[in-house]
Design a protein around this ligand. Sequence first.
Ligand SMILES: [Fe+2]
Ligand SMILES: [Fe+2]
Ligand SMILES: [Fe+2]
Ligand SMILES: [Fe+2]
Length: 435
Amino acid sequence: MSFNPLEEKGLNLEKQIRTWHEITKIPFNKTSVDCYTRTRQILMNGIEVEAWGFKHLFSRISADEETKGLISQIRRIEDMQQTTVNWLTPSDQNVLETTLGYEQVAVELTAWLAQNEPDEYVKETFDFGLLEDFDHLYRYSQWAYLEHGISPNSIVQNKTDIIIGRPTQYHHNCNKVRLRKPYDKNTVTPQTRVNICTLVSAEQQTHNYYAEHGMEYGNQCIRETYAEIKDVEEEHVTMYESLIDPTESLYEKLLIHEFTEVCNYYTCMEDEIDTRLKKLWELFLDYELGHLQIAAKLFEKNENRDAEEIIGTKILIPNKFKSQKDYVTKILENEVSKRLTGEMGYMDKNDITENWGSYPVQKALNSEGSPSERVIKIISATKGKNLVIAEKSLKNKESELLKKGLQDTPQAPDTVTVEELKEMQKEKDFEFECN
Ligand SMILES: [Fe+2]
Ligand SMILES: [Fe+2]
Ligand SMILES: [Fe+2]
Ligand SMILES: [Fe+2]
């Protein structure tokens, strides 16, 4: 179905207030839920958190009473939507299980967006970040097994490979090096705007989740792993948000935020296989169409321009959760040695020069070791090898991928070497690996 969201009325704001019982729904069942129902739930929570936070920022720097009044009302609804969506998480889904869900979102969503991104430079940035979240999934999977004895497949359900990506110790950059070139608001497509807004929301919430939950483990090395990867997510927010034209007005941004919510709920509704959640996505799509009407009116009144100029006339598809193994493997094989230049571009690790801005950061942070390396040492010391779940053809390339991904310098003192990984590859697979 294709329609023009600006022509839909949506649900009136006054009708969007629900009872506490309706706001706080019964959680899904973590053992029977489809992994892509869980990824949709994680993504939409992130979208709502951003929708709420942006409106607070807007209010703090706006003097227009009408605007402040209207967005304060919408903001409350966003917050209630966030409660409903996030609290679908069952209380028995532990922090590492939820974490695997977050990284699965990052991998599948970024891969989808990269393949549906019209701007080549933005696409390249998505591909770059993809290989980092892909590596996080591998590192956290080791902990999920060591700490809870679970197969990561109980979460990712064989849809996402679990194998080394660009090693996490190299995700640490000078944050200035992370900054990318912004798009031009006068020529950018609605698709690029929505793609970036979606991914920024997802990455920001991943950061927030690690910030709020990494400390729940007593194991110091797990805590350090969360601290390390949380910091990478901070870099991811920095990287993706820097793609946005900073001269867009607040009304323009409000419009993009509501349109992003509309498009994401629409896609969730279309793809959802859980009938209860499908109804929820449909209801919230109706809410967002109501918000979009208000945002469009505010934009048109304050800027004397048509909302269509910014968001176009049709619904877009900013998320579609499906297995992206082939695409991710292709990017992995071709781009694992890629690094960020200080000039908003990309380079191969062999082209790094001594004055590279990220060197001092990597040296300082990892001088006593990198927790994401240490977890591989720990699992190989206790189980004889690392945990990898992938097709045989990809598995066989594991040490080759590490070789391509490793920098000669700096290397954290506890870095797993190519030789060590080759030894691990000779060991028998984990029992559940053929699940
Ligand atoms: Fe919302
Ligand atoms: Fe990540
Ligand atoms: Fe990320
Ligand atoms: Fe909204």
